[in-house]
Ligand binder design. Sequence first.
Ligand SMILES: [Zn+2]
Length: 277
Amino acid sequence: MIDYKRAVKNITDRRRADLDAGLEVWRNALSCNAELHSAYVKYQDEAIKNAQRLPNELTAARDSLAAAAKKAGLKKSDIEPPCRCDKCKDSGYVNGRYCGCVIKNVITSNSDNLTLPLADFGSARSTAPKTLKKLYDAAENFINSFPDGDKPFFVIVGSSGTGKTILESAIATELMQRGAAAVTISAFEFVKRAKDYHTQFAIDDYVDLFTPMLDCDVLCIDDLGTEAMLKNVTREYLYSVINERWLRKKYTVVSTNLTPDALLSRYGEAIFSRRCD
Ligand SMILES: [Zn+2]
C-alpha cells in the first residue's frame, strides 16, 4: 500500500533513473568509440563558437555527430529515454492535480482495490446465458463510450447466480486493458471503507483507502444490497461517491440482486433515478 505522495516520488525517481541510465549509455559509448568521441568534441567546440557569435560549422558538426552516433548503433531513445507518461512528463502532476499515472500507481499497489477476478469480455459473453445478451450489448456500448461517455454509470440487475459478477469483472477487465485504473470492491467493503473514513478521517491511511474510489477511472461495486445499512454512512457515502464520480464523468458500475423498485426504496431516488434508463 502506498500513498499519493510516495507514488509521485516513485514516478520522479524512476524518471531520474531513466535519465541516468541514458547518460551512462552515452558516456560508455564516448569512452570506447574514438570516432564518436572526436565528433562530440568537435560539436562542442562549434557550439561554443556559435554561442559566442563567432563563425562556426555547427550544422556540419551536428550532422557528423549524428552520423557517428548512428554508426555506433546509438538510438536517441537510449540516450534520452522518453517520458513514460505523456500527460505529466513523469512529474506526477497535471494542472496541480495528481496525474492518472499516480492514481494508477496507488491503486495497483494495493491488491484490496481489485477484489473481482479478471475476466475476458469476449469469453464471458460467449459463455453467458442467452437472457443476458441484451445486457452484454449494453455493456459493450458502455465500454466503447469510455472515457468520454455522457452516461458513465451502469447498473447490472439480476438475481444471484445469473452471471452478474462475471459481467462486472469483464467490464472492469476490458476497461483496464484499455488503460483505465479500476477499483473493484464488494458493497460490504465499500461500506467498511466509508465507515472507517467517516470515523477516522484525520488518519492518512483511511484517506488512502477511500480516495481511490473517487479517483479511479472505473469503480465497480459488487452485490449492492448485501451491505449493512449504517445510519449516516451507507446511503450518504454511496450518494457522495456516485455523485462526485458522475460529475467528474468517471465510470461507475454497480451490480445488485435488488429489483429496480427495491433499489430506489433502499437508497432513495437521488442516487439512481436520473442516472439510469
Ligand atoms: Zn502521469
